[in-house]
Design a protein around this ligand. Sequence first.
Ligand code: GAR
Length: 197
Amino acid sequence: MKNIVILISGGGSNMAAIVKTAQRDNWHDKFGARVAAVISNKASAGGLVFAAENGLATHVLDHKAFASREDFDAALASVIDRYEEPGRPVLLVLAGFMRILTSGFVSRYEGRLLNIHPSLLPAFPGLHTHQRAIDAGCQVAGATVHQVTAELDHGPILAQAVVPILPGDTADAIAARVLTQEHRIYPQAIADLLRHQ
Ligand code: GAR
């Protein structure tokens, strides 16, 4: 069985979309894959409730309890690696996980570490993407699913979705429009990856 481990920090709506698609499309039989666990760096992350209600293992690793980024990432990796099965490395999915990972962590999981970012990369890596798109006079916004590499919000692009920026839009309005598309492209990109493995 290929185990998928999802990392979250907040509401976890992308995680929920992935879990629902995996159930609906029977990734278990189709790809020999399942979402095995959800890990949050915040105990208050709303997504943990959904994950537990859906029978997934949940873990909280509070980054503030660790002296350094390296220590946190080492603890994170040791939890993730519990889900490895012989010959079947974990697929690691960042879904609103708001921590910068060390290059050591990224290289350990490189090629099987995915992220979704709320902009049309390579435009607007980092934070406040929708406000920056408004300020730049962009007419479209969007989201990108990409492989994670050492450079923040870079790495090979697997899927993108575009939405319009409408007159008078706030960053929140764009975020909601983009999020709907995220829920479509992220599960689809993961299914495409599983299909070709
Ligand atoms: C999503 O919009 C995701 O693209 C973004 O956080 C939100 C999480 O929502 N991720 C980042 O900004 C990563 N840098 P969710 O918790 O409801 O899935």
